[in-house]
Design a protein around this ligand. Structure first.
Ligand SMILES: NC(=O)c1ccc[n+]([C@@H]2O[C@H](COP(=O)([O-])OP(=O)(O)OC[C@H]3O[C@@H](n4cnc5c(N)ncnc54)[C@H](OP(=O)(O)O)[C@@H]3O)[C@@H](O)[C@H]2O)c1
Length: 332
């Protein structure tokens, strides 16, 4: 099969299209013919290990100290069809359209991959007929991250919620999910993404290149910082008493301050890794089917041009999601 091989840690050129053996499913696994995957900011950070030190070291141990060894095919989101199933597989059938995430197993930038039908890392769900493979591939990371954090905040109707990094993979879902929970949502991102944020119905929009939301005096019940580039103290000050700050991308210093702030004030600060659960994927697809959630696809690249996709994502211009199509387009 064709696959993108992650030859070493470095720039987009380290991702090379190669012929590799097609995997065979074990008894509890399914073989998925992949039609769509994605490139996220996280994929670019993983590719060259431009991660905070406390994540970089464990990742080197997991993936390979000097170059990728245990994992050589990147990508964590997929949508496709079940091509074969091991003898112990019960929930899924050959021919089922599915989508999901492979978690730390990576491996979605390929024509095929094997996953357990109920992976320990990640999740695999049946794709509803109203969603395309490309749309579905965008949900497992950004959608489940946004859902995980916003649930922790216990948003009530009328709450004022601010999403920092609203135009990204997590942010575009977070804006819409917060509205689903009844919040009045302010989205913060860069100038070029503001029209898209208006198009998905964001109530208020702030261009962070022109205005610092934390300096305006406005306060919020919930602030979800998906990018981790705002000052911790300023975010805390922009929170109402009893409010909740969600840190999607915290630094170690933020984590210590989060514990202190939660222990010594009425404000809660939450940071954690979001797990990918099947129930969450199913819940998100119900919202997409109902028209409550819209997926935002900025660009599509064929698998062969994945290095270009990584280069584009690294420019920071990506709005919502970048999709990689694998093989002939399977969607109408
Ligand atoms: N919490 C977790 O478990 C977890 C897991 C994986 C990854 N992550 C990390 O979470 C972060 C967000 O992920 P994502 O996929 O949503 O990234 P993304 O798609 O790149 O979205 C981030 C958005 O934030 C904007 N932004 C950058 N600097 C900003 C600032 N100072 N103020 C407001 N907005 C700003 C970016 O726009 P411009 O760049 O154009 O300014 C972009 O639109 C990434 O760094 C990712 O690695 C978290």
């Amino acid at each position: 099969m064709k696959a993108i091989v992650w030859t070493r840690y470095g720039p987009p050129e380290v991702l090379q299209l190669r012929e590799v053996p097609t995997p065979t499913p074990q008894d509890h696994e399914v073989l998925i013919k992949i039609h769509a995957t994605t490139v996220t900011a996280g994929d670019c950070e993983m590719r060259n290990l431009s991660l905070p030190l406390w994540i970089r070291l464990p990742m080197r141990i997991w993936i390979g100290l000097l170059k990728p060894r245990g994992t050589t095919i990147p990508g964590t989101e997929l949508a496709g069809e079940i091509e074969a199933a091991g003898k112990d597989v019960q929930r899924l059938r050959v021919g089922d359209p599915v989508f999901g995430s492979s978690g730390l197993k990576f491996g979605t930038c390929a024509e095929y991959m094997c996953l357990p039908e109920d992976p320990d890392e990640g999740a695999l769900a049946i794709l509803p007929s109203s969603m395309t493979f490309e749309e579905a591939a965008t949900v497992p990371f950004g959608g489940t991250e946004a859902l995980h954090f916003l649930r922790k905040a216990n948003i009530q109707p009328g709450h004022k919620v601010l999403i920092n990094g609203a135009g990204g993979s997590i942010g575009t879902f977070a804006v819409q999910l917060a509205q689903y929970y009844g919040a009045e949502v302010t989205g913060v991102d860069t100038t070029a993404k503001l029209d898209m944020l208006r198009a998905i119905g964001t109530d208020h929009i702030i261009d962070y290149t022109q205005e610092d939301f934390a300096a305006s005096g406005a306060t919020y019940d919930v602030i979800f910082d998906t990018v981790g580039k705002r000052s911790f103290s300023r975010c805390l000050r922009a929170l109402k008493p009893g409010g909740c700050l969600l840190l999607g991308n915290p630094r170690p210093a933020h984590m210590l301050r989060a514990l202190w702030a939660s222990a010594t004030s009425s404000k809660r600060v939450i940071f954690e890794m979001a797990s990918k659960k099947l129930d969450d994927l199913l819940f998100l697809t119900e919202l997409v089917e109902a028209g409550t959630l819209t997926t935002v696809i900025d660009r599509r690249y064929p698998l062969e041009q994945i290095a270009d996709a990584h280069r584009y994502v690294e420019t920071g211009q990506k709005q919502g999601h970048v999709v990689i199509t694998v093989g002939p387009r399977a969607d109408p």
